[in-house]
Design a protein around this ligand. Structure first.
Ligand SMILES: *[C@@H]1O[C@H](CO)[C@@H](O)[C@H](O)[C@H]1NC(C)=O
Ligand SMILES: *[C@@H]1O[C@H](CO)[C@@H](O)[C@H](O)[C@H]1NC(C)=O
Ligand SMILES: *[C@@H]1O[C@H](CO)[C@@H](O)[C@H](O)[C@H]1NC(C)=O
Ligand SMILES: *[C@@H]1O[C@H](CO)[C@@H](O)[C@H](O)[C@H]1NC(C)=O
Length: 472
């Protein structure tokens, strides 16, 4: 290109042409640079970020247009079907690390500053440019990106279900908001509501929300879960074993090698802190941090598994009480669906057209587990990492920031009511109901399928700490 450019220099008439060519090259380069930069900003390992993953990574089409929706995914079995109720159970948006994690990040940063030797450019960057800007006070609070996560989700849901989330229904008091008491959830709720009132320029009314930890933080109130699992080291023994196992040891050694520090310096907690630094710098600031260079894809998959293993034993299929602790939310959900179906049958207006419930990954995982979603045939254990690469219980797919579980009730005419579940704006199939209309089975079939839970699954009974009858 440069040669070509110079040959055009000599004849006078060609100066203009060469100038144009020059501009063309510059434009190309600039354009190319921008494109490259966009791609470079996404860490190669971002698909293994577990519950620290950006929503945009799970639904890549929103990367191009954050407000994009595709209504044709809903595919109602007949054109007569119209929505009569929507429940949206939503995880809060992007948040800061917890104080505990921030302490560990700090500790790792100090170790690197005081001990690291090495010439990698990314290590130089950590040593000379990167500053530890997280402070303990940030402790899990919602970040600005998290405020936007919920605003964008609110607008997309309005576009996906325009007859449900509408100005008329909001003004008519038919949309109800319930949140966990945690700051990040309350602020997520405020953000969701603000998106609606801003969109419709509503300034004359304010819409309230209820704080309800019994529903949204049931895991704290279920005594049996707290005693037998949450506070019980033996309940997560597989997690401990995996953290000390050969796969994780190798990851820790590799990190120490990359950093040029003695391998005894890098414990599991510090390896995790390094991973968190990569995930948070991306989630909060949208940058591909030099900390990400510490991990190749294999390392990231191992750390992802350690985290899934923990969720599996603490929130998922590992112990029956994990999912049973959500019985209260399960019944809340179905009684609302029943009520909407009945009101509709009696040709009354559905009194609660939309329910928006904002909680945590810890709220959603037990409920999804209770309903039987993402269940693998073999449990996740400390020794089967290699055979679990295709597992469906994968928090990186299920539980990014602003993860949302939607249940949409449809009236399809002639008394036919159908129910559609969606996770992160994509239809799911109820496990065990696969022979039904692709993702929209009859509501009565769903009720039949969950008959035992509907007739039982009593929070008080399940969560009670009872002694072994033999000991009484
Ligand atoms: C929308 O979803 C339908 C059905 O899943 C799919 O065939 C179509 O390609 C999607 N359209 C866009 C623009 O993504
Ligand atoms: C590293 O150095 C800082 C300041 O020089 C000191 O406060 C800190 O304790 C040191 N940390 C380690 C792990 O040696
Ligand atoms: C929530 O919003 C309030 C008011 O805007 C703000 O003062 C507070 O710091 C926010 N909390 C979080 C967790 O972001
Ligand atoms: C702790 O968990 C283990 C393994 O699940 C269980 O056998 C034990 O009973 C639990 N301990 C308590 C105090 O619940």
């Amino acid at each position: 290109m440069l040669l070509l450019f110079e040959t055009f220099q000599s004849p006078n008439g060609c100066i203009m042409l060469s100038f144009l060519l020059y501009c063309f090259i510059i434009l190309c380069c600039v354009h190319h640079h921008v494109t490259l930069k966009d791609e470079e900003a996404i860490p190669l390992i971002s698909k293994y970020f577990n519950t620290k993953r950006r929503y945009e990574e799970v639904n890549p089409y929103v990367r191009q247009d954050i407000l994009a929706v595709n209504r044709s995914i809903l595919q109602p079995p007949s054109s007569q079907c119209r929505e009569i109720h929507l429940t949206a159970i939503i995880r809060h948006g992007t948040r800061y690390p917890t104080a505990k994690n921030i302490k560990e990040m700090q500790q790792l940063h100090n170790i690197v500053l005081n001990n690291s030797i090495g010439e990698h450019s990314w290590l130089r960057e950590i040593l000379t440019q990167w500053t530890m800007w997280y402070i303990e006070d940030m402790d899990g609070r919602l970040v600005q990106k998290g405020v936007e996560d919920l605003k964008h989700l609110a607008i997309r849901l309005t576009r996906l279900f325009p007859s449900m989330i509408s100005e008329e229904k909001l003004r008519g008091g038919l949309i109800r908001f319930i949140t966990s008491s945690k700051d990040r959830c309350v602020n997520s709720t405020l953000s969701f509501k603000a998106a609606l009132t801003e969109m419709w320029a509503i300034r004359d009314v304010e819409f309230g929300h209820e704080v309800n930890d019994a529903l949204m933080r049931f895991f704290e109130q279920c005594t049996r879960f707290v005693q037998e699992v949450d506070k019980n080291q033996s309940a997560v023994i597989d997690v401990q074993k995996f953290k000390q196992g050969p796969e994780m040891m190798r990851v820790q050694e590799k990190i120490a090698e990359h950093l040029g520090v003695p391998s005894s310096f890098i414990t599991y907690d510090l390896a995790e802190a390094a991973f968190f630094l990569c995930t948070y710098e991306f989630a909060v600031k949208a940058i591909n941090s030099p900390w990400c260079q510490l991990f190749d894809e294999d390392d990231a998959k191992i750390i992802e598994y350690a985290s899934d293993l923990r969720e599996f034993w603490k929130r998922g299929y590992g112990h029956d009480i994990n999912s049973k602790s959500s019985c209260i939310l399960f019944h809340d959900l179905f009684s609302r669906l029943d009520k909407a179906a009945n009101e509709n049958k009696l040709r009354q207006q559905v009194s609660e057209a939309v329910t928006v419930q904002i909680g945590h990954a810890d709220t959603l995982l037990p409920l999804l587990t209770l309903l039987g979603f993402f269940k693998d045939t073999v449990p996740l254990t400390s020794t089967n990492y290699a055979s679990q690469t295709q597992r469906s219980f994968r928090t990186s797919h299920m539980m990014p920031y602003a993860a949302n579980f939607l249940l949409v009730l449809y009236d399809c005419g002639e008394g036919v009511i159908r129910l559609q579940p969606l996770l992160n704006e994509k239809p799911l199939t109820f496990p065990g109901l696969t022979d039904q209309q692709v993702s929209m089975p009859l509501y009565e079939d769903v009720r039949k399928h969950y008959r035992d839970l509907l007739n039982g699954c009593d929070f008080e009974t399940e969560c009670q700490l009872f002694n072994n009858p033999a000991e009484v």
